[in-house]
Design a protein around this ligand. Structure first.
Ligand SMILES: [Zn+2]
Ligand SMILES: [Zn+2]
Length: 280
């Protein structure tokens, strides 16, 4: 059995974003839609008390505060059930949380591609004065973790996706929050996973133009838009649960009752929210 907690479901900046007055951010400030923290998940197997984080967002301390399973046991003064962090890339919203774990006594265990490790040399340097980081390699083949969970990395442009497998039940879960391109390997994983958590950052390619002229397009930011990018693929996937996550605050699917949200729901796809628990 695989257990997943969605700690945060928003893209970089969160919902609301501190300097944004788009319709969604205004609605989140006034309580019309639920605020969402920046994207991260925690994953574990049924038999393990240890959890892995996939990406460590700047909201991590708050996310731990609202997730009892990630909090220290009362039987010793300093401890954590967080056994390590897997990084999909070196984006600030995926990695800044590492710095916020600096009070840890043993070095942080971080699984990442070589490119991500290079991009995070500055965090690595800062943490040497505190707990330090032990870097672990990732591979395209499944590697086993404690507790009967295995994972592999699926290489994408400027990012990786992770697929997890529970060794006893065979259940599989895919986490892919930064998808610049639908590679053959990723398509196959979307069709062969029981749960798919997928890049839902932007609805359309030019979405950011509405809030900032001269903004880059979704594709330029390495996020395939939902409308003409991933919607058909996810609709066709036989996965038991398909969930858009890593949603930008400008994305119209954040708001109840929009035409765009209806299209996603009609395709049998869920929209992530903070605190959602998935067991498979
Ligand atoms: Zn991100
Ligand atoms: Zn906004």
């Amino acid at each position: 059995m695989i257990r997943i907690h969605i700690l945060g479901s928003a893209a970089g900046g969160g919902l609301p974003q501190w300097n944004c007055a788009c319709a969604n951010c205004v609605a989140a400030r006034s309580g019309k839609i639920a605020p969402q923290t920046q994207s991260s998940i925690a994953i574990s197997s049924e038999t393990s008390r240890e959890w892995l984080l996939i990406n460590a967002s700047p909201d991590l301390p708050r996310q731990i505060d609202s997730t009892p399973q990630l909090q220290p046991r009362p039987d010793s003064p300093r401890n954590t059930p967080i056994a390590g962090v897997l990084l999909t890339n070196a984006d600030i919203d995926h990695a800044l949380g590492l710095l916020l774990l600096r009070q840890q006594e043993a070095p942080l265990v971080v699984y990442a591609a070589g490119e991500t490790r290079t991009g995070l040399a500055w965090i690595d340097n800062l943490l040497t004065r505190f707990c330090g980081i032990v870097w672990r390699k990732i591979s395209a083949d499944f590697q086993s973790l404690r507790g009967g969970l295995a994972f592999r990395a699926i290489e994408l442009p400027k990012s990786v996706a992770f697929q997890f497998r529970d060794d006893s039940s065979g259940a599989t879960a895919l986490f892919s929050p930064s998808v610049g391109e639908l590679t053959e390997e990723l398509r196959n994983a979307v069709h062969a996973s029981d749960v798919v958590l997928f890049d839902g950052t932007f609805w359309s390619d030019g979405e950011l133009h509405a809030v900032r002229s001269g903004a880059r397009t979704a594709r330029e930011m390495n996020h395939l838009p939902i409308s003409d990018g991933s919607l058909d693929l996810l609709r066709q996937s036989p996965a038991r649960r398909k969930i858009y996550t890593h949603l930008n605050n400008t994305n119209p699917i954040q708001m109840q009752g929009t035409r765009e949200r209806a299209q996603v729901e009609q395709a049998g796809i869920e929209i992530a929210r903070d605190g959602l628990e998935i067991v498979l």
